[in-house]
Design a protein around this ligand. Sequence first.
Ligand code: NAP
Ligand code: HSE
Length: 431
Amino acid sequence: MENKVIKAALLGLGTVGTGVYKVLKNQEAEMEAKIGREVKIAKVLVRNLEKAAAKVDDPSILTNNWEEVLNDPEISIVIELMGGIEPARTYILAALNAGKHVVSANKDLIAVHGKELLDAAEVNHVDFLFEAAVAGGIPIIRPLKQCLAGNHMTEVMGIVNGTTNFILTKMTQEGMEFKDALALATELGYAEADPTADIEGLDAGRKVAILASVAFNSRVVFDDVYIEGITKISAKDIRYAKEMGCDIKLLGVARQGEDGVEAYVCPMLIPSSHPLASVNDSYNAVFVHGDAVEDAMFFGRGAGELPTASAVVGDIFDIVRNIQAECCARIGCTCYKSLPVKKMEDTRNRYFIRLQVENRCGVLAEITAIFAKYQVSVAQIIQKETRVEGCAEIVVITEEVREGDFRTAMSELKNRASIRKVSSLLRVYGK
Ligand code: NAP
Ligand code: HSE
């Protein structure tokens, strides 16, 4: 009789690893009816056996020896949830080369070494799935590779970092300054002890690299993504944005045009009427635009123990179904193009600028003269007298202009004696 149990190993038993263990347990009773086989966690690789013992029913499945997992011929699925580049990369490659299927949530690794891992899966005719690597519990990789495969995708963008969305929501709704909102995010467990990857936009940048690669069928790596974080945003910027009909969100944007791919992460003004403007707290949302589907939006929990485990277990179940149907490695690397990735200077955007200027006649004319020289056209302007050292605060939103030209205009402007300070410079999403 066919063995109904498929053995799997977890690498890592932290937030997501523990979640996967729990979700698989919750599914135990109906798993066989649902996917035809039962998945059993036969080994769990951890560093600290004692710390992990309380998290599993049977501590004898714990090991701190990778070779025990690799060399166990009964383990057919390896679930990598350790994070980081090494040893995760080495372990995943070894598992794939040993003919084991791999599931991973490791965006840091996939955004840099995705091609190498997918190539190894193809050569060995096994699955390498990574739904949880982008936007945690929100299904987006599989929809792009499968349900939306009939589209020519032109844009995939959204809010893909929960920590920064929580911080910006507090700054918007409660008028908090960045450092107070970050302290609250840390206190509530949203931000990690070292929040750099989140607040500097690196985590979102990794997700954008993966999303762009999958959406546009062309490899985009982490280094291709232009990244700015949210550390310089002030409550005042958010108030001005509101006055101008917008909210400020950390957006990851990837676009495919005739001259190549754009991929960037930065805090942007977005019209308050846009559905993404009301995605608040630690929620994530991804917007896609394809020539056939037009607009589609995916919303939900982008992180956390059970939401992320939900995506990982979906991948595990997919592999089990593939094993059952003897059709593994059906959908591997989908990057069959080599599109150029544009430099940020060559993208076209609208800009929000907050300036402290001398409050005397002719200053506005000076600003608009420099703008005109570089094709920067003003769309909205607010001037408020500050009564500090004869200064006025001017806030401008421009029409769309090439970023390189806008930067040249700003450097010329900064050299003028009448321009005391450029307090903020942000991009505006949308035409
Ligand atoms: P975590 O809580 O820090 O857990 C990592 C686990 O891996 C810990 O159990 C750790 O053991 C273990 N580990 C690390 N290096 C190891 C090694 N060399 N050998 C054996 N075990 C090792 O991390 P996490 O939040 O669960 O994240 C796991 C992965 O999921 C990461 O790639 C992350 O980017 C991704 N992800 C996380 C979330 C989320 O909400 N947390 C969402 C989406 C994706 P010790 O405890 O002994 O150090
Ligand atoms: N640190 C990430 C976030 C979760 O805040 O969204 C893991 O991807």
